[in-house]
Design a protein. Structure first.
Length: 288
């Protein structure tokens, strides 16, 4: 059993790099996912994950599978979509979710079209689904750097972010940090989606952000415990997904997200805040 669990990481450098990438994503992207969930923006996170696709695709079209070009393009495209959706929200009757959905659909279609103009099906699959087992040192350093920036950013914005999650009107009334916290947080979301894009692709980058956060929410009540448990769930799912990918010869990215989903469904059934816990008091009440 020990050999099955440890030998893939001990024997192969690409597995160790993938493991380090999963750790960096767990430390950076998953705490951002916790705040996305608390702000009721989980589906917006999925929409924003596709917003980076046109920029990454333009970088690919100009320079091929270049880490720097696709990263800069993805960040610029994501920020343009975020701020454009905010401008539309402030200038029209559309709500933020509707404007983000419109930009997300256009971004996804444009990105797929741009990649298809030059690339092959394999390149399109790499952009959409990522390749965590193919992380090189440059990609790993990028993901680790974004995780570091995210941790410092969350530490700086922690208090206003918490207030905005639970009472945004109070934060706007007593402090000028509300727009700083809001747009600063969206920048962190875009950065982590770009990091996740290099490992898991645009279609699944949001999976390691939201699923562990949702699972942890079913167990934890306090915010520090919620953040810690979400990170542990994400990293554990990453390790399990890599092992499943290695032994079953299946794609690593989907395996990691499916492991996150397995943790979520197990928590949904077994956690104090899950389905079974909600049914037991009702059953005892009916029996009495």
């Amino acid at each position: 059993m020990t050999e099955l669990l440890l030998s893939p990481f001990a024997d192969f450098g690409f597995m160790r790099r993938a493991l380090a990438g999963c750790l960096a994503l767990s430390l950076g992207a998953t705490p951002v996912g916790v705040f996305l969930m608390l702000r009721r923006m989980s589906l917006m996170g999925d929409a924003m994950s596709h917003a980076i696709l046109p920029g990454a695709a333009l970088g690919y079209l100009a320079f091929g599978l270049s880490l720097g070009a696709m990263t800069v393009g993805g960040i610029v495209a994501g920020l343009v979509v975020v701020f454009a959706a905010g401008l539309v929200t402030r200038s029209s009757v559309l709500k933020e979710d509707a404007s983000l959905a419109a930009f997300y659909l256009l971004s996804l279609a444009a990105g797929v079209m741009i990649v298809s103009l030059r690339g092959k099906n394999l390149d399109l699959l790499h952009v959409l689904f990522g390749s965590v087992l193919a992380l090189d040192d440059g990609s790993l350093l990028l993901i680790a750097g974004i995780a570091t920036v995210t941790l410092f950013g969350l530490a700086l914005l922690f208090r206003p972010l918490v207030l905005e999650c639970f009472d945004p009107a109070f934060l706007r009334a007593v402090s000028g940090w509300s727009p700083v916290a809001h747009y600063g947080f969206l920048v962190l979301v875009v950065l982590n989606l770009v990091a996740g894009f290099h490992a898991l692709g645009t279609l699944m980058a949001v999976g390691i952000m939201i699923l562990p956060a949702a699972a942890a929410r079913l167990w934890a009540r306090g915010l520090p415990a919620l953040l810690l448990l979400a990170v542990l769930f994400a990293f554990g799912s990453g390790v399990a997904g890599l092992l499943v990918s290695y032994h079953a010869d299946v794609p690593a990215g989907p395996a990691i997200v499916l492991m996150c989903g397995l943790v979520y469904f197990a928590s949904l059934l077994a956690a104090p805040g899950g389905l079974l816990a909600g049914r037991l008091p009702l059953r005892r009440h009916l029996e009495s």
